[in-house]
Design a protein around this ligand. Structure first.
Ligand code: SF4
Length: 421
């Protein structure tokens, strides 16, 4: 049995801390020994080790485990000395190990509509298979996706655990900041009731301190990547989501973000020419997590390198330890996906100018109204710059409709337009 098969077997047969440690070891060995699976960098290796050890802790201490969604304010979870675990990441892992279609078929047999985002359907199915530890509680927000209310609610019901849902307002005015800040503070009080432990001021300050260190490193990473050299492949850049989605507010998260920043700084000053780059791309939304050839084709065959990803282009503001709830609310509201699509478009325009972008790719995930609903507006804005826009339709985790031939034709056409522009 190959390494991939062994990891699959471990993941689908009641994972325990011991089994997770074995899967982690196998995964790391496979990455270190096979050319195709190599780590992109030392920082990437550190982040992978950190993620495995986090999963190990999460499975090992159910009394401290919290299910969270992408964009949840996990700084609060760390302040309460608990472990956040982003459920969407599980769907990515299922796709990576070719398990997604089994979970999705099972959901289809239960009449879950295929119109509902497959990322949500997979983690509901993973929970229904009893493959996760029972969490202390669940924490999700309506950003980027109000489907969280239902899917996290369903997983919470399944485990009979409370679901704390944070309603992120559409607007960004003072009233919205106050409304959100109150919800954050009251969520923290609910956590105190659930755990029976008071939030200590020094723990909140510690979490804010590490979140600020990580945010500073992310601001620096985004600045460094404006360099004429391409400093990292988009394939690696899109992986940074794991760093801020799982570790924001933890000491390890701050250290991992700084390690990426230092690595990029070294690449800027290195005499090595680095990554060959003919065209500079901006990538919108996420990438598929199953084995596929889209980014390798663009970046390694055609030298069209993703130099910026929308998901990482956040302002990364500082949190104020003297006014934690308000500053956390302001941070959440500064996210481009909150409110009107014009916020996303402004972010995209800024990136096109600052990163000297030659072409923009939008990966349109089936069922993601949050992202795809704005595609027409985004395309029009991109075309004002006279640069091409490529929309790739597909699914982030379900490989059943992935057709490499069709995508290749479109990618090559896109490349020709960029070369002629
Ligand atoms: S892909 Fe879209 S619908 Fe699915 S979880 Fe992400 S934001 Fe929500």
């Amino acid at each position: 049995m190959g390494v991939q098969e062994r990891i699959k077997q471990i993941l689908t047969h009641k994972p325990s801390p011991k089994k997770i440690a074995r899967a982690a070891l196998l995964g790391l060995l496979q990455k270190s020994c096979t050319p195709a699976g190599r780590f992109h960098s030392r920082a990437h290796k550190k982040l992978s080790v950190l993620s495995f050890s986090h999963a190990w802790k999460f499975f090992g201490s159910s009394s401290r485990s919290v299910f969270t969604s992408l964009f949840s304010p996990i700084e609060i979870v760390y302040a309460h000395n608990l472990y956040p675990f982003m459920l969407e990441a599980l769907s990515g892992v299922a796709a990576k190990f070719d398990l997604a279609k089994d979970f999705l078929s099972q959901m289809e047999r239960q009449w879950y509509t295929t119109d509902f985002c497959s990322v949500h359907r997979i983690f509901i199915s993973v929970a229904q298979h009893h493959l996760l530890p029972r969490p202390t509680f669940l924490l999700s927000t309506s950003n980027a996706c109000d489907g969280n209310l239902k899917s996290f609610g369903e997983v919470g019901n399944f485990y009979s655990r409370p679901h704390l849902f944070i309603n992120v307002p559409y607007f960004r005015d003072d009233e919205s900041v106050q409304y959100l800040a109150q919800q954050l503070q009251s969520s923290s009080r609910q956590i105190e009731e659930i755990t029976g432990k008071k939030l200590r001021q020094r723990d909140l300050e510690r979490s804010i301190y590490y979140a600020n260190r990580a945010s500073k490193a992310f601001r620096e990473i985004n600045e460094l990547r404006k360099n004429p050299k391409a400093l990292m492949y988009g394939e690696e850049g899109l992986g940074l989501l794991l760093l801020w989605g799982l570790f924001m507010g933890s000491r390890q998260g701050a250290a991992a973000a700084e390690s990426y920043r230092d690595e990029l700084q070294r690449r800027v000053t290195s005499t090595d020419k680095g990554i060959p780059v003919k065209k500079r791309l901006l990538w919108l939304h996420l990438k598929p997590y199953y084995d596929n050839n889209i980014l390798p084709m663009l970046e390694k065959e055609l030298d069209a390198v993703v130099v910026a990803e929308e998901i990482n282009l956040q302002p990364w503001p500082e949190l104020n330890p003297d006014d934690p709830w308000k500053s956390l609310a302001q941070k959440m509201l500064s996210q481009a996906w909150v409110g009107n699509a014009q916020h996303r478009i402004q972010n995209i325009r800024k990136a096109i100018e600052e990163y000297r972008i030659d072409g923009v790719v939008h990966y349109s995930h089936w069922g993601c109204r949050q992202s795809n609903g704005a595609v027409r507006l985004i395309r029009d804005a991109v075309q004002e710059y006279g640069i091409p826009f490529l929309e790739i339709d597909g699914d982030l985790v379900d490989s059943r409709n992935y057709a490499e031939g069709q995508i290749r034709t479109r990618v090559e056409g896109f490349m020709e337009v960029m070369e002629g522009a």
